[in-house]
Design a protein around this ligand. Sequence first.
Ligand SMILES: Nc1nc2c(c(=O)[nH]1)N[C@H]1C(S)=C(S)[C@@H](COP(=O)(O)O)O[C@H]1N2
Ligand SMILES: [Mo]
Length: 198
Amino acid sequence: MKAQNYILVLLIAFSCTMCNSSKKEKEDSIATEKVSKTDNDKHAVLTPADSLKMVNHTIEVKGDVEFPLQLSVDSLKKMKVVTIDNFKVVCQSGEVKKDNKVCKGVLLKDILEKAKIKQDGHKDRNFYIVARASDDYKATFSWAEIFNNPTGENAFVLFEENGKPLKSGEMIAICKNDIKTGPRHVYWLKSIEVYRVK
Ligand SMILES: Nc1nc2c(c(=O)[nH]1)N[C@H]1C(S)=C(S)[C@@H](COP(=O)(O)O)O[C@H]1N2
Ligand SMILES: [Mo]
């Protein structure tokens, strides 16, 4: 009887260790997942003072353009201002991040036409346009999208939401007809860069 009890206790103890080790493995894999997410996926949490440093009063339009520009909210207001209704910012995850009633902005196309892309003949149209922020977050557009596609009428630089200045910096690049609008919603906008595909 005693030996049987002893074996039983041993068996129970053994199975418990097995349980714990597999649980530990699971915990380890969750930890690695968390680490890899913080690397690139997660937003850095900034203090109000640090996020203030990200704000730009002008955006630079540069690269392969005839007339490099420095644009402020005031200079955008002097261009053709459009009103954008019901603009939602939806993250790639599906989460609704922002639901604005009315925004004001200027077409990215109008800005690029003002800066005039350096085109060498009508077949020279392989350009990409980078909207870059102070934290180096970026979104990319193509010449064809802006100048030969309905997206050209849907890509904007915003400067106002619900009658007030924007909260995340002074200007934001957006593309209203994207399926998920989060990825090409660039706040703390710093530059619009035009490059010819090499
Ligand atoms: N400058 C800048 N713009 C950015 C981001 C960012 O990290 N930096 N994040 C993007 C992402 S992933 C989403 S979903 C939307 C909304 O982000 P928010 O939740 O930080 O407002 O903004 C986009 N624009
Ligand atoms: Mo996102």
